[in-house]
Design a protein around this ligand. Sequence first.
Ligand SMILES: Cc1ncc(COP(=O)(O)O)c(C=O)c1O
Length: 354
Amino acid sequence: MKNRNTISFASDNSAPVCPELMEALARVNSGATFGYGNDDHTRQMEERFKDLFQCDLRAFPVATGTAANVLALSVLTPPYGSVYCHRQAHIEMDECGAPEFYTNGAKLVLLDGEDGKIAPTDLVAALSASGAGVVHHVQPAALSLTQVTECGTLYTPDEIASLTDIARSHGLSVHMDGARFANAAAAMGVSPADLTWRSGVDVLSFGATKNGAMAVEAVVFFNPEEQAARIKDFEFRRKRGAHLFSKMRYLSAQLDRHLEGDLWLRLAGNANAMAARLKDGLSSCPDVALLYPVEANILFARLPEATIDRLETEGFLFYVMGARQNGQVRLVTSWNTTADEVDAFLSIVRQTGA
Ligand SMILES: Cc1ncc(COP(=O)(O)O)c(C=O)c1O
């Protein structure tokens, strides 16, 4: 087991880079290549995405999930447009206004919905009241869905399709924030194609950092012929937004290795399995409540305050959400979380009588 001080359920981005990706970095770390993505590693990475998603596409590496989201949104909406998203969406809560900044002021329209998921009826109601075509109102431009949601739940392909059908019928494009797309794909055992373009997604922020990579995500455009103008726009915006990496091979090599031999699914599968173990253990504790269905690698639970205190004293890292006396915590498992770590956490919870 790792040193107790390093047992973290704080976030999957608190985990280290996985050895396979460090090796991939070492492998490409010799000789010269052209910069800015004009290299064989980047071309190979894009081919790998095409194989995985079983379609033609364009894939552009960037360094953060925020960059992926906001650069994607910047080509889906005009400055006077609006992006429909869940009230708890990362683009609303945790991106410091970057969506508004990169879109030159487009508006986020917030939708409620149980367990972090937008309900089709709410989307229809919001779009019906949007004032489309009226010069006084922002114009509906895009729908953004998060998979895995911020509550740790999943959209099935059918649920995605019913939302994207509504979006499409109102002339909106569809973005998916897939910071934890791997966890969703691994949990559902559904093909990446079914979770995206076959269900009506136009642009995907494909996350890798939370799943064992070092600061790399990809913006993936499906139907590149149809989206040619957007893709061109994206390339200029990425450069202007300072996310065109000169040493691109290091980002591309990680994405390429991530997808090779299903490594990405194996890493995410471990995180999901450890979350399931944590869920099973916590479910048997009478004073612990799980706040949302546990479907991937994020759990929200209510614990007695004394249990939180003890876990922190023992050196476990995790976030307490809101007022401490409410006892709400977020627990996130990672590609390298072990059963021993989960059991050590559960043992402390049980020792406090929770
Ligand atoms: C749902 C979601 N989207 C996007 C991100 C990307 O964030 P960052 O810009 O920190 O890489 C995160 C990270 O916490 C996230 O949870």
